[in-house]
Design a binder for this molecule. Sequence first.
Ligand SMILES: [Zn+2]
Length: 445
Amino acid sequence: MRGHDYLDREIETATLKAIQKLQEAELARQLDYLFSRSLFYQDKFRSAGVRRKDFRKLGDLARFPFTSKQELRESQTAHPPLGRHIAADWRNVIRVHSSTGTTGKPSFVGITRRDARMWTRLTARSFYTQGCRKTDTVVHAAGLTLFVAGLTSKDAIESIGAVFVPLGTGASEKALTMIPFLGANAMHCTPSYASYFADYVRREAAIEPRELGLKKLFCGAEPGAGIPAVRTKLQEDFGARVTEGLGNADMAPIIFSECPEQAGMHFNGPDFVVAEVIDPDTEESLPIEAGVTGELVYTSLQRECVPLLRFRTRDRVTVLGTSCPCGRTGFRLRCVGRTDDMLIVLGVNVFPSAVRDVVSGFHPRTTGEIQILLEGPGPKVVPPLRVVAECSGPPSANDELKDEIERKIRATLVVPASVELVPAGTLPRYEMKGQLVRQLSRDKV
Ligand SMILES: [Zn+2]
C-alpha cells in the first residue's frame, strides 16, 4: 500500500500525547545528564538562574536558555579539541565529524557508539520516509568524508538493506558511466548538484538526464528541492521523484524528510530531538501549527557526546501541517532559508531563496539560476535589489521577461528589484551548496 509503510511505525504514527509523554521522560533524563556531566551547561544554568527542579513538564523547556553556534565555537576554541560542551569521556568517542560553516573555520562534532546508533536510525528513518527501500541502489553524490551526512548516510542506507554507492563529490564523469552500469535508481545529493549534473549529462554525454534511469532523487543540505519550480524542473529533467531532507551538523545529519506525498518534510525524530519553532526576535516559542514561520530550535534527547539544549539553528522554516495522508504524525515544514542569510530592503525582510523561488516560477523562460549582487556586506541593501537571472533565449529578446520578473518580485516580496538577464549557463554552478548572494565590494579586493 503506497505510503503506509514505515521503518518505525510506533514512533512515526504516535499521537501527539504519546510523543509529549515520551519527550518529557527523555528530556528529564537528558537534563539529569547535563546537570551532572556538562561543565558548559552547569555554567549556563547557573548564570540563567535555572535549576534541575525547574523542569517538570515539557512546557518548562522554555525556561531554559538557548545555545548558539557562536557559544559552541568559543567553547571549542578555548577547550580543544571538542570544547567544554562535550559531556562524554574522550575514550568513549568513536568518531569525529566537522562542519565548515559559513565562517570557514571548521567546528568538530564527536559521537559515541550510542550517538552513532541514534544518528543511523534517525537517518535511516528519514531515507525510508523519502521512499528508500531494500531494492534500491543509491549513488551518494555528496560529501562523504567529514560531512555529518556522509558516513551516516552510508550506515543508514546500508541498514535499510539498499545498495550504497560512495561516489562523493566532483565525480560527475564517473557518475555518468556508473549509474547506468550499476542500474542505480536513486541519487542522494544537494539540489544544486542535481541541477549541475543535469546540465553536465546533456553537455558531456549528449543524452537527456532521464535516460540515466534514476527514479528517486534524495536531496538535502540546502533548501531548494522544496521550491515547486525547482522541484518540477529536476523531476522533468531526471524523470525521478524528488524529495528533500533537513538536518543540522551539530544535532543530527537528517532530522526532517519528505514522504512521497511531497508536502513538506516530516519531523522524523521525536524520540531523539525536541523541535521548537521560535520567533527569532522575541525568542518566544511558537505553536506548531500550519502557517507558523520562525526559527527552528533543537534540543537533543539520549545524546552523550554533544548534548545540546535549545540550539538555535538559524534555519527559517514554515510549518505546513500536522497530519498527512501517509499516516505519519510528525509535523511537516519547509525550510525557507537561513535567518543569517536574510537581507533587509526598505525595512522588508527578503530571503535569497524566496527571490530564486519567484524567478524559478518563470521556467522554462528562465533556468531558475539567480545571483543577488550586493554592494556591501548586508543585511541592509540599498534599493533596488540587484538580481541576475538566467533566461533561456538571448537576453536582448527578453525585455518583457525582465519587466515581468521585476513586477513579480515587487508583488510577491514587496521590494523593488532591478533584474539583469544573462544567457543560460552564465552563472556559476555549484557541486555542493549553491551561493545565491555575491558581494561586489569583496571581489574588488
Ligand atoms: Zn507524509
